[in-house]
Design a protein around this ligand. Structure first.
Ligand SMILES: Nc1ncnc2c1ncn2[C@@H]1O[C@H](COP(=O)(O)OP(=O)(O)OP(=O)(O)O)[C@@H](O)[C@H]1O
Ligand SMILES: [Mg+2]
Length: 428
């Protein structure tokens, strides 16, 4: 829809009444505001040009509009909207076209008769419909381009029309500067992400090779201690035997730690699969395994059925294995334990899965330590463990693009929440 808002149109008797003039001004301002709003949303040069070429024509009622970009010492006629083709896609030297003149002189060119103006290269205009024009620079300080308006009949652009085009050009300049900024920011974010990814890979490779080497060094220690215990059994006194036992126990413990470290390093390296995963089913299997490991315990499992998501089945199994095993472990001192798995609506409308228990809980002041490898809030004498489970869980959830957090109180139990962008479907 082409809305003609030219202030050159007049009342039937050719006279422009004050009211008509005001009405047109009002319409033009509305159109300008709409263009400003559209420009504020534009995120690419193409989007800016699409807004400007239309708005430029509609604001003045001209027969054509061009969007010219400065390209070194050339003017590039990048886009146009006109009754007949103009120069879209062509480049002219700055010194030999009117858009170049407007940019070099940092001011508008208003020409009623193009063939009477020495600044106009008549050859370029002869094949076109153009008789009159206005060309305004985009940004007067160091112009980046220009906006042209063209008429098929002789027309002297009014002050209002020139002001409207200048206002459009100023807004266009801001929109183009913003696009440059967005592009720079985007590039910086990409560079930073690439650096972080590289640093992450190096760290993973480092911890992988360190844990591998440590494990290799541990084997002969444990082997030699075992051999010594067998070969010298008759010669060793009780204290020496006890020391050898301790060496073996400590090397076993260290091997366990190294295995955990290796596991942690590996989760960052595996390729993520995307499949439909029934979390409820995995949770029930974990619960069944735990029950068979401690049949005398009184534990109620309250699990929601058919919680299904998209993700990596193996890794999501590791998540539930760790969270439910923790709930099982940290409720081991409760006579009647309760462990729940379900889905919760968050305040912002999103959904989060949760694993809740009524066990030992912890002080929330230390909660930020939980997800850091080898950090534990409970003493090994109370609850055994290495402090690697939750760090692994967080890595897996993060790799799925989700988040994990918790709520707890000492002796009141703990709830671990996690979100997965794969969404959740509760089947009937
Ligand atoms: N359900 C829970 N209730 C109370 N404390 C918990 C719970 N889950 C985790 N924690 C606390 O967070 C710490 C870290 O948990 P994480 O699972 O990483 O390690 P862990 O269970 O000690 O050892 P493991 O490496 O064998 O999993 C635990 O040591 C414990 O202090
Ligand atoms: Mg654990």
């Amino acid at each position: 829809m082409a809305v003609v808002l030219s202030s050159s149109s007049a009342s039937a008797d050719g006279q422009d009444t004050g009211i008509e003039h005001l009405e047109r001004q009002n319409q033009a301002m509305k159109r300008l505001v709409a263009a400003v709003q559209e420009l504020s949303l534009a995120r690419s040069l193409d989007a800016v040009m699409a807004v400007v070429r239309r708005a430029a024509r509609e604001l003045t009622g001209a027969d054509g509009a061009t969007f010219v970009l400065r390209d070194g010492d050339k003017c590039f006629y990048a886009d146009e909207d006109a009754i007949e083709p103009l120069w879209k896609g062509q480049r002219f030297p700055m010194s030999a076209c009117i858009s170049g003149w407007a940019m070099l002189n940092r001011q508008s060119a208003v020409i009623e008769d193009i063939y009477a103006d020495p600044r106009i290269p008549a050859v370029a205009y002869r094949p076109t419909f153009v008789k009159s024009l206005v060309m305004v620079p985009i940004r007067t300080q160091a112009p980046m381009g220009a906006i042209g308006n063209y008429w098929a009949k002789k027309h002297m652009a009014t002050r209002d029309e020139i002001e409207l085009l200048n206002a459009l050009a100023n807004t266009t300049a801001v929109a183009m500067e913003n696009i440059q900024l967005y592009a720079e920011l985007e590039q910086r974010v990409q560079q930073r992400t690439a650096q972080l990814e590289e640093a992450n890979h190096e760290l993973e490779a480092f911890s992988y090779s360190v844990s591998h080497d440590l494990r290799g060094a541990l084997q002969p220690i444990s082997g030699l201690a075992g051999l010594l215990a067998i070969q010298c059994e008759a010669k060793l006194d009780a204290r020496a035997k006890e020391s050898l036992d301790r060496i073996q126990a400590e090397t076993r413990r260290m091997a366990g730690l190294i295995d955990d470290l290796l596991r942690l390093a590996q989760f960052g390296r595996v390729e993520l699969k995307s499949e439909t995963v029934n979390l409820s089913q995995i949770a029930r299997e974990v619960a069944a395994r735990l029950r068979s490991s401690g049949p005398v315990r009184q534990v109620d499992f309250l699990f929601e059925d058919n919680l299904v998501t998209e993700g990596d089945p193996g890794l999501l199994q590791v998540v539930l294995e760790n969270l439910i095993s923790n709930a099982w472990k940290y409720t081991s001192r409760k006579e009647q334990a309760r462990i729940a798995f379900g889905i919760n609506a968050e305040r912002d409308g999103s959904k989060a899965y949760f694993v809740r228990d009524n066990g030992a809980g912890f002080d929330m002041a230390a909660a930020d330590k939980l997800f850091v490898p080898f950090q534990r809030l409970h003493h090994p004498a109370d609850f055994a463990g290495h402090g690697v489970g939750l760090a692994t869980v967080r890595r897996i959830i993060n790799r799925h693009g989700g988040r994990i957090w918790c709520e707890a109180m000492p002796e009141q139990g703990a709830t671990f929440y996690f979100s997965l962008p794969g969404g959740s479907v509760q089947r009937q």
